[in-house]
Design a protein around this ligand. Structure first.
Ligand code: G
Ligand code: MN
Length: 288
């Protein structure tokens, strides 16, 4: 890892004069970001294979605190960056913090899911989707092939830009997941236009499937459509054995939720202790 270069990049912040402390900081506990008085850190939640229930990848999630230690709700944290430049800076800072924290714990070659703020796509000038981040990842010792970028298609109105972004990320070797599919305005026409590698089915679908028979019959059909697209289906928010069974019976490939692991600063044991096996599984599942 050439972390000095990474830190140097984040010293060139676009922010207001009060942002003198913005940047990426390293300690024995790992990396954290600073932005406008916020401390940004990482937690990781496993994605497990539906057949073996073993972790094949991790999703990084943000945690934010004020400097005095009070925790900050994520909607408040994401409201801090305001200008286009700040939004781009903040989004890259979060993802780079996660990349460093992941790289120092994970076995080489492991796979990391990272969320992209929809406003980040809208703020980028021209077609620079993923090039700057590829450089930042290289400083962390990670390659685009190890990264799955999660996009919330339902929150992005500019469809041509979304299509362009997905294609550009995939050309650079990243994989793209559509996050929270099935909530609110998600729609299938858009899925076909986007050709994602992975579709993450919103927790509300599994909760509904548990409550009513019609939703239960629909769930495997949604998974079939995802497979017809050539994508893997992930069921999110699995909390109980019954939800696990519904998702597995529906044909989901990967599962995520409190049942398998809560978000934690530390990666779960299996990827650390069974390197070869976990890499093989990740490749089986994620290599197109
Ligand atoms: O939008 P996205 O799917 O990236 O959001 C992930 C969020 O879902 C995180 O805040 C995480 O803590 C939460 N989460 C993860 N697993 C579960 C779960 O099993 N149940 C519920 N209710 N929330 C979960
Ligand atoms: Mn997500």
């Amino acid at each position: 890892m050439t972390l000095q270069a990474l830190q140097a990049y984040f010293r060139r912040h676009p922010g207001r004069s009060s942002d003198f402390d913005s940047g990426l900081y390293l300690s024995d506990e790992g990396a954290h970001g600073c932005f406008s008085g916020l401390l940004l850190s990482s937690v990781f939640q496993p994605l497990v294979a539906a057949d073996t229930h073993r972790p094949v990848a991790f999703e990084a999630l943000l945690r934010a605190h004020w400097q005095d230690g009070r925790s900050v709700p994520l909607d408040v944290a994401f409201a801090q960056p305001r200008t286009a430049e700040e939004i781009i800076y903040f989004d890259r800072l979060c993802r780079s913090t996660h990349a460093v924290n992941f790289r120092r714990q994970a076995e080489p070659g492991s796979c990391l899911f990272l969320n992209i703020d929809g406003r980040h796509l809208a703020s980028l000038e021209g077609g620079d989707f993923g090039s700057t981040f590829e450089m930042l990842l290289a400083y962390c010792g990670l390659k685009p092939r190890q990264i799955v970028l999660e996009l919330l298609e339902s929150r992005i109105d500019d469809l041509p830009r979304l299509i362009e972004a997905v294609a550009a990320y995939q050309r650079k070797g990243y994989r793209v997941a559509i996050d929270d599919f099935g909530c609110q305005h998600s729609n299938f026409d858009r899925l076909w236009l986007l050709s994602p590698d992975i579709v993450k089915l919103d927790r509300s679908l599994i909760v509904e499937a548990q409550r009513n028979n019609r939703a239960r019959r629909i769930l495997p059909k949604i998974v079939d459509i995802v497979h017809d697209l050539g994508a893997l289906a992930v069921c999110e928010g699995i909390e109980t054995a019954e939800q696990d069974r519904l998702a597995t019976d529906a044909g989901a490939d990967l599962l995520q939720g409190y049942l398998y692991g809560r978000p934690s600063p530390h990666l779960a044991e299996p990827t650390r202790t069974r390197e070869a096996e976990s890499l093989q599984r990740a490749n089986d599942y994620l290599t197109a």
